[in-house]
Write a protein that binds this ligand. Sequence first.
Ligand SMILES: O=C[C@H](O)[C@H](O)COP(=O)(O)O
Ligand SMILES: C=C(OP(=O)(O)O)C(=O)O
Length: 375
Amino acid sequence: MFIALSELIMNTVALPELKTSTCRENAPINIDCRASAPASSELVLPTPRELREHLPVDPALSRRIAEQREAVRAVLEGRDERLLVVVGPCSVHDPRAAREYAERLAGLASRVSDRLLLVMRVYVEKPRTTVGWKGLAYDPGLDGSDDMAYGLALSRELLRDIAAQGLPLATELLQPMVAPYFDDLLSWVAIGARTTESQVHRELASGLEAAVGFKNGTDGGIQVAIDAMRAAAHGHRHFAVDLDGRPVMRQTPGNPHAHLVLRGGHGAPNYQADKVAVCRHALEAAGLSPAMMVDCSHANSRKDHRRQGEVLLDVLNQRLQGNRDLIGVMLESHLFEGRQPLNPQALRYGVSVTDACIGWEMTEHLLTVAAERLK
Ligand SMILES: O=C[C@H](O)[C@H](O)COP(=O)(O)O
Ligand SMILES: C=C(OP(=O)(O)O)C(=O)O
């Protein structure tokens, strides 16, 4: 498959400079190596249509994705009482480990499916506070070589394979131009804390078929997310590129499944019952659905991955005490616990290279307990 993908990329762009190797030999591992790149340059990438034609979604998978999206919507609308759980690595840097994770998660998903709807985090774009590795779609070689043509192909292939395994997919959409390479595969989309305030991202969300969770701001402010939900629920006309890479004026229908994701901010969690009640009030005052998801990681765990369990248990207690607004949770989890520096020469298999994650055993334990407690 990869050889065929390479051919596609090379034929499409007809630019000898655009190699599809995963690693540039002897490349400096520090991301700052880009500082020595030419000040300005451009390489042509395959269009979304070309990549979609090369990695198509067959009618059976397309039906399955439609069902997965409908399952997420049913939870958001309260037609399904299960807890929506968006769980998986902070970022995907190794497709092999992501596939192994997906296999385990698919097994767990069927064991807990009476109480939990599991959706896998397959995050191939990462927003950075300042600079850093931006994800598989940007730099699949992990070495600053930024082979984006290969990154897009690798990401789409991975997303498609995991969806075909039966798992609904979640990702953060960061660069609006990247969305059409993947958005036909997604059941749940995050607009992150760093982009919730962006009009461009709200416009993007207004045209997606998948449900969209807007994170509160990095400072913990929820008003930006509430404004975002209102903006995304609206139809927009906005500048976009079509599947052939042409600029278009796009009319969107508005997304009725935009919702709030509480991730805490600046070291202060916002998952506790009193904070959730304030958020509910603000959502109601804005005439929006009170459905909320709690991100157990980030500022809610005070950036300590081991505390995600504590947050999850608190959310479960709130549910058991009758709070049905908390429709979902998010967990950052990988095969193995913790995180590691991004050094392509010395990577430990199945360990995050971005935020620290809980390991598989803890994930399985927590979700099994959650399913039991919600019985
Ligand atoms: O979820 C991941 C990170 O919190 C986010 O991408 C920001 O990362 P950074 O602060 O390490 O750049
Ligand atoms: C970057 C993420 O979250 P946030 O936008 O809340 O920082 C994430 O979930 O990977």
